[in-house]
Every structure is written in structure tokens, then in C-alpha cells.
Write a new protein. Structure first.
Length: 266
């Protein structure tokens, strides 16, 4: 695809070039691991804050704290993933992919944290039935998230990036199991603490995730030619019950001849 060389941007950390879809793709220079360490420090700090809160919660309500144990393990896995992940191949450049990724990562947890401090009525439990349904969704999502992160491991990222194409484990069932796990967890919060503010923030978060996924899939499709077939075969957040069948191809007239079959594989 021809492009104006004036659009080519070269820095000490990456080379950025435009794609036919007018989305800039950054090809990083090797050896730059600043973002890995920033992510490790950030999520390690967040994990420590959650651990301190968990100790206080465990003293008041041990069972509730045990329910949250998978969430703490989830944050610890993310912190470690920043240090062991594979080298970056390509990533989306520009403010929109990054802003969407950070919004989808931090908006809902930040809302819950701020609400618990300044708007505690937004964190009031729902009725017993909705509360228990929400707790169940949260825990299912937490364990799905652990499974997904253990499978993703060295390919984890926050902003839309391509490191390696993972299609095994939960990625055989849905294309984005990590986001599916958050969908279950945050839907659980919206049920267990049901009010207009929580539901509105949940819907805003879901919108951000859908946009985030579109940026991620654009990068993956640009790097991995087999991604398009994978996308047609596997659902985004939920399993695809009816898979698309490939178009049938009429066999040539001499296909019945064994010699013709043997020659096709030489």
C-alpha cells in the first residue's frame, strides 16, 4: 500500500507507519521495556492496596474475603505478566486506542472505589436474590479470568498490541475470555449493587470494551493472517453455537483417479 513518507515517524523507541485503514501501527525497537516495568509497578501497587483492604475485610467477614481471593490472584498474575511477556511485534498508535484501553481497564474499578468512599449509597447491596446472583456471577468470572490469564501469560497487554496469537484453552471457546470474565464480574456487581449509577457505568464500560476489541482485532489481523479464520470460527465474548461452514468446492473430474490424488501432494 503506497503512503507518503512524510507520514513515517521514527523515534528512539519505535517506527510508526500508516495502514490502509488509516490506523497507525507502531513497530517497536528491541530492548525497550519501560512499559513492562511501569505496568509491573502499577499493578503490584494495586495488588498491595487490595491485600491491605482484604486483611481488614477478612477480620470482619472471613467468608467474603475468601470469595475475593481469586480477584487478588488475578491482579498478581497481571503484574507478573508484564515482566515475562513476549517482545512486542506491533501496536496501535494514537490516543484513541490507548484512551479506550485505559478506560475499559480502570473505569469500573475506579467507580467502585470512589463510590465506596464518597457515595456509599451506590454500593448498597441489592435484595437477597439479586445479591446472591451477582456474587455467583462475580466468582465464576474471577475463575474464568484466572484461567484466561494463565493461558495468555506472555502475550498479555493493556493497549492494543500483537505479541503472539493464542488460540488454546479458553481462547478455543471465545476470542476474548479475559474481557468475558470482566463482563461476568462487573455484571455481578451491577446485580448485587443494583442502582441507576452502577448500571450506567457498567454500560459505559461495556461500550468501551467493544471499541477496545475492535482496535485489538485490527492489529492482530494485520500481523497474523490466520486470525481472520479464527475470528469467523470463534465467538467474541460468548461461544459461537453455529459455526460458519466453509464454501464447498467442486472436485475436478479426475479426482477419483488415485494417481491424480498422489500428484496433488508431491
Amino acid at each position: 500500500h503506497p503512503f507518503d513518507t512524510r507520514d513515517l515517524r521514527v523515534t528512539s523507541h519505535s517506527i510508526t507507519l500508516p495502514t490502509p485503514m488509516h490506523t497507525f501501527i507502531s513497530i517497536p525497537r528491541p530492548g525497550d521495556r519501560r512499559t513492562d516495568w511501569i505496568g509491573f509497578v502499577w499493578f503490584s501497587g494495586w495488588m498491595l492496596i487490595n491485600a491491605v483492604l482484604a486483611i481488614g475485610l477478612f477480620r470482619r467477614a472471613p467468608m467474603v474475603a475468601l470469595f475475593l481471593a481469586p480477584t487478588f490472584a488475578h491482579e498478581a498474575l497481571i503484574a507478573v505478566a508484564f515482566l515475562i511477556r513476549r517482545p512486542l511485534v506491533r501496536q496501535s498508535e494514537g490516543w484513541a486506542p490507548r484512551a479506550t484501553a485505559y478506560a475499559a481497564t480502570f473505569v469500573f474499578p475506579a467507580f467502585c472505589f470512589v463510590s465506596s468512599l464518597w457515595q456509599p449509597n451506590w454500593m448498597m447491596p441489592s435484595g437477597p436474590a439479586l445479591f446472591m446472583a451477582g456474587v455467583l456471577l462475580w466468582n465464576v468470572g474471577a475463575y474464568v479470568g484466572l484461567w484466561s490469564l494463565l493461558t495468555l501469560r506472555r502475550s498479555f497487554s493493556i493497549v492494543p498490541q500483537a505479541r503472539a496469537l493464542v488460540t488454546d484453552g479458553p481462547y478455543r471457546i471465545v476470542r476474548h475470555p479475559v474481557y468475558a470474565s470482566y463482563l461476568l464480574q462487573y455484571a455481578g456487581v451491577a446485580l448485587s449493587h443494583s442502582n441507576p449509577a452502577t448500571v450506567a457505568v457498567f454500560l459505559a464500560w461495556l461500550t468501551a470494551v467493544i471499541v477496545r476489541v475492535s482496535f485489538e482485532e485490527r492489529v492482530l489481523a494485520a500481523v497474523f493472517p490466520e486470525y481472520e479464520a479464527y475470528r469467523r470460527r470463534v465467538g467474541r465474548f460468548v461461544p459461537r453455537l453455529l459455526r460458519r461452514r466453509p464454501l464447498s468446492v467442486t472436485a475436478p473430474a479426475d479426482a477419483a483417479d488415485p494417481r491424480a490424488k498422489a500428484g496433488a501432494h508431491v
